[in-house]
Ligand binder design. Structure first.
Ligand code: MN3
Length: 213
């Protein structure tokens, strides 16, 4: 009996940190059920299938992102999909929050004001042609930076020209907003600010600074 064989990685769909209807009226229950239960689940299932096919074991999703160029498109697309959506759910909340503390100071230093930050983030989100994500990251120079990536790419990927540690990401695939906003991506971006969990984003910022200190 083979006992030295490593346990193959098996990623799982993380539960939503709120109920699917909790983000209404900003994002509808049906959108959340399909987006989390169908789309994200499919990324997880296809990622697991691709990793098993490649006999990859003991690998974290962050490690996959960092060296994604070594893998095929199935792992890039579905690994990115799993990472991006796992982050997305964690940074959404039905509670009203605002930027505060060190992150607020950093936003004001880099973008002059929260309003200007939101304006530039919206430009990145609406300017991403087709499917993709808009991001706020801590870049390799430890500055806040806004950018976007196509498809399920993200700023952790070695193949991405836009790099950094993701603090906040907005899914601008049509599946994220079409039932609620149809083709009006700009309205979806505007409503996003009502459901951002700034506590989580702040924690990610402070953790990232500590890890690079
Ligand atoms: Mn999505």
């Amino acid at each position: 009996m083979q006992t030295t064989e490593k346990q193959l990685v098996k990623f799982e769909l993380p539960p939503l940190p709120f109920k699917p209807a909790d983000l209404e009226p900003h994002i509808g229950e049906k959108t959340m059920q399909i987006h989390h239960g169908k789309h994200h689940q499919a990324y997880v299932d296809k990622l697991n299938a691709a990793l098993n096919e490649a006999s990859l074991s003991d690998v974290t999703v962050e490690e996959i992102m960092n060296s994604v160029s070594a893998y095929g498109d199935a792992i890039r697309n579905n690994g990115g999909g799993h990472y991006n959506h796992s982050l997305f759910w964690r940074t959404l909340t039905p509670d009203e929050t605002q930027p505060y503390g060190k992150l607020l100071l950093a936003i004001e230093k880099r973008f002059d004001s929260v309003e200007e930050f939101k304006h530039q983030f919206k430009a990145a989100a609406t300017g991403q042609f087709g499917s993709g994500w808009a991001w706020l990251v801590l870049n390799p120079n430890l500055e806040l930076e806004i950018g976007s990536t196509p498809n399920q790419d993200n700023p952790l990927m070695d193949v991405s020209p836009f790099k950094g540690y993701p603090l906040l990401g907005l899914d601008v695939w049509e599946h994220a907003y079409y039932l609620d906003y149809q083709n009006k991506r700009a309205e979806y971006v505007d409503t996003f600010w009502n459901i951002v969990d700034w506590v989580e984003v702040s924690n990610r910022y402070e953790d990232a600074l500590l890890q690079t200190a």
